[in-house]
Design a protein around this ligand. Structure first.
Ligand code: TMP
Length: 209
């Protein structure tokens, strides 16, 4: 097993997880003895960033749900072996903005693909690696979508353009998963004021350091 610490952050679109991560980064760098690496899915390395372009292109409206799943899985595999595992091996902390649980919530609960097949594909792509801890930033879908609309700097991608009911299924998918994997997945109420969300996230991460 790897020596570093693997943290994933998850949540529906508009939960604010990326901003929380940015805010916490200086504190983490101060206390963690190794390097703190932040990275994202889909993406993080050149090949996976290229796959990201294809998946999230707003013009790719013809994309089949299984094609979408397989592209996320392919991007995951490449990112993990090329970047994440080598960094963990060096004893570093890797914080992933999305990982295995996004497939369960989006392609499973959201698109309605078979969860047992997604679990198998995730295990195949990761050789069974899972995060030491996952922070799930939960927000109701209306608030999440409003935040995306209000944030002019954020790229609007193909998944953001899905209808409200898809976002609601994704949220429920995450909450169901958090009940099943309550040891690993820690729920954070992301509708609270930003400072409180940061503090909740910090308290959880601190207990793994
Ligand atoms: P981001 O906006 O957090 O960078 O994520 C890109 C989009 O991709 C977001 O809408 C969630 C979606 N996604 C999936 O549907 N399945 C996955 O496995 C991953 C990693 C992301």
């Amino acid at each position: 097993m790897s020596k570093g610490l693997l943290i994933s952050i998850e949540g529906p679109d508009g939960a604010g997880k990326t901003s929380v991560l940015e805010a916490l980064l200086p504190r983490l760098k101060e206390v963690y003895p190794g390097q703190v690496i932040t990275t994202r899915e889909p993406g993080g390395v050149a090949i996976s960033e290229q796959i990201r372009e294809v998946i999230l292109d707003v013009d790719n409206t013809a994309m089949d749900a299984k094609t979408e799943l397989l592209l996320y899985i392919a991007a995951r595999r490449q990112h993990l072996v090329e970047k994440v595992l080598p960094e963990l091996e060096k004893g570093n902390m890797v914080i992933m903005d999305r990982f295995i649980d996004s497939s369960v919530a989006y392609q499973g609960a959201g698109r309605g693909l078979e969860q047992t097949e997604i679990a198998w594909l995730n295990a195949y792509a990761t050789d069974g690696h899972k995060p030491d801890v996952t922070l799930l930033f939960d927000v109701d879908s209306e608030t999440g979508l409003k935040r995306i609309a209000a944030n002019g700097e954020r790229e609007v991608n193909r998944l953001d353009l899905e209808k409200l009911d898809m976002h609601q299924r994704v949220r429920k998918g995450y909450l169901d998963l958090a009940m099943v994997e309550s040891e690993r997945i820690k729920l954070i109420d992301a509708s609270q004021p930003f400072d409180k969300v940061i503090e909740d996230a910090w308290q959880i991460i601190k207990s793994y350091l």
